[in-house]
Ligand binder design. Structure first.
Ligand code: ZN
Length: 600
């Protein structure tokens, strides 16, 4: 049986997305399936690739109904995110529904009077059986969005000068890998490696220096393309950065030819300012991180994620490689591109080293386990996270650092060469840990299996100090912050509140718990002064002085309790500094003499 040709739609699966009600934050979606199955199933993904948490996007989908021509069709819900419709395969099936969108993150969807944004995983039902076919996405405006523009990495089919109109994706995976930004945004362009790149920024304030952002982003992209391909072209034909700037926010999600970023508008470069603030360095690091993912996770990717299963968790032990090594290279490429100097680079590594050293969970979980458990641990952080888990981002980046410094010390190869050889071996596609071990053995001239076993599958501390010293870095020991010395993480807001109690610390021994308010402190033997009311840890330092022991008064569930807190000898944190500039430059690359910017 041959179904009759249904319409002039450019693809058999066609979505029309309309920002229907800005104040109710509702997108209206009309999905037309030219040739439906007799029993057609559709479902909404439960997660978005790159963000390893089941998010149940279907909770925001409502008013789903179906029709064929003028005739209504019955929709039967199968589970939390799947439906089926009995249809006449000879006629187009049209589904319509609304999606509520008020999550200001890069992972879902947003719609208000200023701006619209969506990922296909939030708005586009998957048409079972037709995932491999071409998909069309038509973005239509309304009178309320007359001043808006549209930006997306999808291939334009028929669009107007503002970007509204129809786009095409080769298949469902591509459709949901191309988020869409809508609104009144700043837009600029540059070329890197001969490829056109566009940067759109929503929500920027009047001081925003777009020219500087473009120039710096271009340097980052050129450095990344040079890293993977030398003078050859990158695998993408175009690239789009979609940055949403807000009062307070940070994050990014990688895609094959675009990325959605969120950052504080305070971190944007400002007109007339040439220094590079810490905030702007962080933003450049985010840009570098997501762009590096264009290769490392979107193409070279865990074998388990060769095909995404949108219905459930997709487990892999390799996030320490894909997120960790990307984190190693994000700041390193800023340094190589001349956007930060050696001192700033070492400051960033210092922060990572101390962060990992301060997490008791590093003794509990390996980075391979942390990767596998991302779905229930990294993405579901709570008061026990620091005690039970280790970040595959931060420790993973230090594994990258250890591996690079070891390879360089042994003199046969570098991690750069290993990454490129892996890309070649796996043809920019799925890879396993065995692939990495094979390339390491080949280029490094020995087996690195014992090192990877210790660093990735074990919980022993990494041999960072000796490796860094060997590459010209001096390691200073300094007293840790008071919160770390006590083994606490606190919130100081209208009082001193305990957020986390670190395993093995003096606060845990004294009996502090997450949720306590630390009301007052009385140094031992100071009855004359009574107890001191606390509002902050600074107050604690002021009141405790050199006391070896204090009585802490806490409020738990409105009941006051006295705890005996023995104060420890100061614990140490590290600070890295350049000792031998020639050795450091041999690792990081020559210092760019006239760095255009200085760090705050
Ligand atoms: Zn990442």
């Amino acid at each position: 049986m041959v179904a009759k040709k249904s319409s002039a739609l450019p693809a058999g699966v066609h979505y029309r997305v309309e920002p229907a009600d800005l104040h109710a934050h509702l997108f209206r979606v009309t999905l037309t399936i030219a040739r439906p199955a007799a029993v057609q199933q559709v479902s909404l993904p439960v997660w978005i690739p790159g963000s390893y948490l089941v998010r149940e996007f279907s909770k925001n989908l409502q008013k789903l109904n179906a029709r064929q021509g003028t005739r209504g069709a019955t929709v039967q819900q199968l589970d939390k995110c799947s439906w089926q419709i009995k249809a006449d395969p000879l006629a187009p099936l049209t589904l319509s529904y609304e999606v509520y969108a008020l999550d200001n993150s890069v992972r879902t969807a947003w719609l208000d009077a200023q701006r619209g944004f969506f990922n296909g995983t939030s708005l586009c039902l998957r048409v079972h059986g037709q995932e491999a076919a071409a998909h069309a996405l038509e973005v239509t405006g309304t009178p309320s969005t007359a001043t808006w523009h549209v930006a997306t990495g999808l291939t334009p089919n028929k669009i107007n000068r503002k970007g509204f109109g129809t786009y095409l994706a080769a298949h469902y995976d591509e459709l949901v890998d191309c988020p869409v930004e809508m609104g009144v945004f700043w837009s600029g362009e540059f070329r890197a490696g001969g490829v056109p790149h566009r940067f759109v920024v929503a929500g920027a304030a009047g001081s925003f220096d777009g020219k500087r952002l473009l120039a710096d982003a271009q340097k980052i992209c050129e450095e990344a393309i040079r890293f993977w391909h030398g003078k050859r072209k990158p695998p993408h034909k175009s690239y789009l950065f979609m940055l949403n700037t807000v009062d307070d926010g940070y994050g990014g999600l990688e895609h094959r030819n675009s990325t959605a970023l969120i950052a504080s508008r305070r971190d944007l470069p400002r007109v007339g300012e040439t220094r590079t603030t810490e905030g702007y360095t962080t933003l450049l690091g985010l840009i570098s991180h997501e762009y590096f993912h264009t290769w490392n996770v979107k193409r070279l990717r865990p074998a388990e994620l060769a095909t995404y299963d949108y219905t459930q968790e997709n487990y892999t032990e390799l996030l320490w490689f894909f997120e960790g090594f990307t984190s190693y290279y994000d700041d390193l490429l800023l340094r190589r591109a001349g956007l930060i100097d050696n001192a700033t680079y070492l400051k960033l590594i210092t922060k990572t080293i101390n962060g990992v050293a301060q997490a008791p969970g590093r003794k509990v979980q390996s980075v391979a386990q942390a990767s596998f458990d991302a779905w229930i641990k990294y993405y579901r952080q709570d008061e026990n996270t620091a005690n039970a888990t280790i970040s595959y981002y931060t420790k993973g980046s230090l594994v990258g650092l250890c591996l690079d410094l070891t390879l360089r010390a042994e003199g046969r190869t570098t991690l750069d060469a290993v990454m490129r050889a892996l890309w070649a071996r796996c043809q920019g596609g799925p890879m396993t840990e065995q692939d990495l071990l094979a390339v390491l053995a080949q280029l490094g001239g020995r087996s690195f299996a014992p090192d990877i076993a210790r660093w990735v599958h074990g919980t022993a501390d990494l041999p960072l100090a000796s490796l860094l010293e060997r590459h010209g870095v001096q390691i200073h020991q300094e007293p840790d912050q008071v919160a770390q010395q006590l083994g606490l993480r606190v919130k100081e807001s209208g009082g001193l509140f305990i957020q986390q109690v670190l395993r093995g610390g003096v606060a845990e021994k004294a009996g502090f718990a997450s949720g306590d308010e630390w009301v007052a402190v009385q140094p031992a033997g100071s009855d004359a002064h009574g107890a001191w009311r606390l509002q902050s840890l600074d107050d604690f330092i002021l009141c405790a002085g050199n006391a070896k022991k204090v009585t802490a008064i806490i409020s738990r569930d409105k009941r006051l309790q006295s705890l005996t807190l023995a104060l420890p000898k100061a614990t140490q944190a590290v600070r890295l500094a350049v000792k031998d500039a020639a050795l450091v430059d041999a690792w990081l690359g020559p210092q760019i003499a006239a760095s255009p910017t200085k760090t705050k």
